[in-house]
Design a protein around this ligand. Structure first.
Ligand code: 2P0
Length: 346
């Protein structure tokens, strides 16, 4: 049997300026632009391998060792677009094998819990689309390919790039330019670090897709967020990244997480993604920053209770002294603070 293979990994990205709301459900066009930080390749990621050959009889997906359906409209849209681009390539060069007419086998594996608000769909669709684009040897730029990943899951378009990424909402007419672009590579700000506090690894109650549409339909707060708050923050946050302005980046990140969760609460009926532990983490972060009288840590929460903390490498010990003490998880962490100093924050 003749088979052709390609593999890729796509990391999870965590939004610091949140995408929440679609203006076109079929094309996954967002109601606002967003910004994210992509985690390192060897942290949370999806590994996807694809193969094609003339003798394969069906498209097939194996996710985390289990065969899953490829029937969803989103997946079918991605496959259709990728096959179309490959077909254009084959039409321009008759010697190319007819990949566009053959079936695909896709094997995908996450190294973290699926659908627990850790952006698994982002890494999943990004890896799927990039692996097939690689197999098909498509000449399009990553930004162009990101438009296809976007149709799989909005936030997936941002996982095609490492580092700091903007997803531009695109024009109001047809959104044909709604794509991901790099704001700065990871190496631009090597001191920036992220930590994930896994509060719960179970599946989220309200899936993002239905949750955000209910917000669009019912929240008054959301209208203000989309009209004024996010467009302003989009420019400010890009500038803070380019200028490595940590206090500003941190403040915008925390405020936007709070604004997103406020619109969830303003949805009717309300959506709760954070739980009491999440709220305890928020309080602790503000206490840590107040204690040092500087911005040591910034938090952000997606559509789930897990916290993502951003901090500068030089402040790692300042942050984790408090985190470990508060959550009693790890003993033996070196800290220059006495128990009394730490105790006042618990
Ligand atoms: C984000 N989230 O910007 C926001 C913040 C969750 C909270 O993107 O319907 O899984 O597949 O486009 O991308 C989650 O939404 O939704 C998300 P679909 P997606 O990361």
């Amino acid at each position: 049997m003749t088979l052709y293979f390609a593999s890729t990994t796509a990391p999870v990205n965590i939004a610091t300026l949140k995408y929440w709301g679609k203006r076109d459900k079929d094309l996954n066009l967002p109601t606002n632009s967003s910004i994210s930080v992509t985690l390192a390749q060897d942290d949370l990621r999806t590994l996807t391998s694809v193969c094609t050959g003339p003798e394969l009889t069906d498209d097939k997906l194996v996710l985390n060792g289990k065969e899953e359906s490829l029937a969803s409209e989103r997946t079918q849209n991605c496959l259709k677009d990728l096959r179309q681009l490959r077909k254009e390539l084959e039409n321009s060069d008759a010697k190319l094998p007819k990949f566009s007419e053959w079936k695909l086998t896709i094997v995908s594996e996450n190294n973290f819990p699926t659908a627990a608000g850790l952006a698994s769909s982002a890494a999943g669709f990004a890896a799927l689309v990039v692996a097939i684009a690689k197999l098909y040897q498509l000449p399009q730029s990553l930004s162009e390919i990101s438009k296809i990943a976007r149709k799989g899951s909005g936030s997936a378009c941002r996982s095609l790039f490492g580092g700091y990424v903007a997803w531009e909402m695109g024009n109001e007419t047809d959104g044909s330019d709604s794509k991901a672009v790099e704001v700065a590579p990871m190496a631009h700000w090597p001191d920036m670090k992220a930590a994930i506090l896994v509060v719960s690894a179970s599946k989220k109650d309200t899936p993002s897709t239905s949750g955000m549409q209910l917000t669009v339909k019912t929240s008054d707060l959301f209208k203000e967020r989309v009209r004024d708050v996010v467009p302003r923050r989009f420019e400010e946050m890009k500038k803070s990244i380019r200028e490595k302005n940590w206090p500003l980046f941190a403040e915008l990140t925390m405020k936007d997480s709070n604004s997103f969760h406020a619109t969830c609460l303003d949805t009717f009926p309300p959506i709760f993604y954070m739980n009491d532990t999440s709220k305890k983490i928020i309080k602790l972060c503000h206490q840590i920053n107040a204690f040092y009288n500087e911005t040591v840590v910034a938090y952000t929460f997606d559509a789930g209770p897990n916290a993502v903390l951003y901090y500068l490498k030089e402040n790692e010990h300042k942050l984790f002294a408090f985190i470990y003490r508060t959550f009693n998880k790890v003993s033996g962490w070196e800290t220059k603070f006495s128990s009394d100093e730490l105790a006042q924050f618990i």
